[in-house]
Design a protein around this ligand. Structure first.
Ligand code: SF4
Length: 466
């Protein structure tokens, strides 16, 4: 299934018509929102830690070059190799070169949105190298030949019945819709892949400049196996993942899992510092860290949008977003969906590739309220809208915004517009004809447009004041 960010409206329409998807999305996102809320309610330091996390991210991004240089020199001092990738193509070439040099035929992968971003699986497959996703959700969507629809729950759109049917089709065995049996089946199949893999590829949650360590969090243990069983571990990170030191790490670890899944801490937190040392029995002989730009420098230089690089990919803004909760991740057409995706996708992909995304938001502000690093997502979405308008890519939206501004800044015009809308809509609303007016179909297809009040709030307020 291939989707495009520029087809958001059509893809969202398809998602809205899919009842099974709607029910899967509604229950999973609601559950995650409640878990997050409960976790923070039982954690009094949570709000102060969010402030602290925001401060750390801002300070780090302000001196990103210095922190990255420090990280690079520490990784190399511990025997690792650092690679800098300007874009997705270069990042794939770096990984392919390492795998080929080792004569690798099979790569096991921990969940990594950065690897999705660069299209690593396709690049490996095209080079004749088997790429095996080992996170259960990623394994499911790889079997289904789909893309992730959530940044931490890739198969959020699938029910247990869907997974049972998929496994039966692909594995040829019937287990029934039982979570435990299905998990056991995936685990048995993956075990052999881990043991025979030549290279392990993982993402990075945080890269600690002070020690040259990469911190990777997970709940399944598959990332630990991917990073320690094969002879070579390649960790992929966006350049914004660097943090200054271990004390900063302790701040982020305490809010990441709470925001993502409502857990106090993820089940496994791995700190990888270079390859296996001479006196160690386990671990890879080679450790490579690939640091990816792919449009992040451009984002960093933007005085408004640069804030988005503070994202720690917890997924909380997706779970709470009314647009994501109905449209689902595939409607966004690229790797990062939801409010954060609508902000960063146009900058990483290019505006012409993701024009509708900044408009896929009601600007209700729920995403800002839950973001653990307090990213002001509505402000950034407006910033991206400004960019689209500045490129004259949405002339009708620009015209409407200008007209709205004129009306709202002139009381007489506002009163005239209000009265006109009231009298025009009076005969149309009861007949349901309002949905056929140009531009209103999207607003009225799923809800009624009520008749405006005869007397505006402003008029009532003035009257009450006498
Ligand atoms: S923007 Fe904030 S809430 Fe959304 S994924 Fe990033 S850190 Fe989480």
């Amino acid at each position: 299934m291939r989707v495009s960010a520029n087809r958001f409206a059509e893809q969202a329409d398809e998602a809205l018509a899919d009842e099974k998807l709607q029910s899967a999305l509604a229950s999973a996102s609601q559950r995650m929102c409640e878990q997050r809320e409960r976790a923070f309610a039982q954690f009094p330091p949570g709000e102060a830690l969010r402030d602290r996390a925001q401060w750390i991210k801002r300070q780090t991004l302000a001196e990103l070059d210095r922190h990255l240089e420090r990280l690079s020199s520490r990784v190399e001092a511990r025997g690792g190799v650092v690679h800098w990738a300007a874009d997705a193509r270069q990042a794939c070439e770096i990984v392919l070169e390492i795998v080929r040099r080792r004569g690798g035929r099979r790569v096991v992968k921990g969940k990594s949105m950065t690897s999705e971003e660069i299209g690593l699986n396709d690049a490996l497959t095209a080079a004749g190298i088997e790429a095996v996703e080992t996170d259960l959700g990623e394994y499911i969507i790889q079997l289904a030949d789909e893309t992730p629809s959530h940044i931490i729950v890739p198969a959020i759109h699938k029910t247990v019945e869907d997974v049972a049917a998929l496994f039966e089709r692909k594995h040829g065995e019937t287990r029934g819709a039982d979570h435990e049996a299905l998990t056991r089946e995936a685990r048995q199949r993956l075990r052999a892949k881990f043991l025979s893999a030549d290279v392990g590829v993982t993402g990075v949650n945080f890269a600690v400049a002070e020690t040259g360590s990469v911190a990777i969090v997970e709940n399944e243990g598959n990332i630990r196996l991917s990073s320690s069983l094969p002879g070579c571990h390649i960790a992929l990170m966006g350049m914004e993942k660097v943090i200054p030191d271990l004390s900063a790490l302790s701040v982020f670890l305490r809010i990441l899992a709470r925001s993502a899944t409502g857990q106090k801490m993820s089940s496994y937190v791995s700190l990888v510092t270079g390859p296996r040392r001479d006196d160690e029995e386990d671990g890879p002989e080679e450790f490579h860290l690939v640091i990816l730009d792919n449009g992040r420098s451009r984002l960093l230089a933007d005085p408004v949008l640069g804030e988005a690089l503070g994202c720690i990919r917890c997924g909380a803004c997706l779970n709470v977003c009314p647009v994501y909760r109905h449209a689902g991740g595939h409607a966004y057409g690229w790797v990062y969906p939801g409010p954060i995706g609508s902000v960063i996708d146009p900058s990483l992909l290019g505006h012409e590739q993701a024009r509708p995304l900044p408009f896929a938001s009601s600007l209700c502000g729920a995403c800002r309220d839950v973001c653990p690093v307090r990213i002001d997502l509505p402000r950034l979405l407006r910033g991206q809208r400004d960019n689209v308008v500045a490129q004259r890519a949405a002339p009708l939206a620009a015209l409407a915004a200008r007209a709205y501004r004129e009306m709202m800044s002139r009381p007489s015009l506002y009163r005239l517009a209000f009265r006109t809308v009231y009298w025009l809509s009076r005969p149309l609303v009861p007949l349901g004809l309002i949905s056929w007016l140009p531009g209103l179909r999207g607003w009225t297809r799923y809800r009624d447009l009520p008749l405006p009040a005869r007397e505006s709030f402003r008029a009532r307020w003035l009257r009450r004041r006498g």
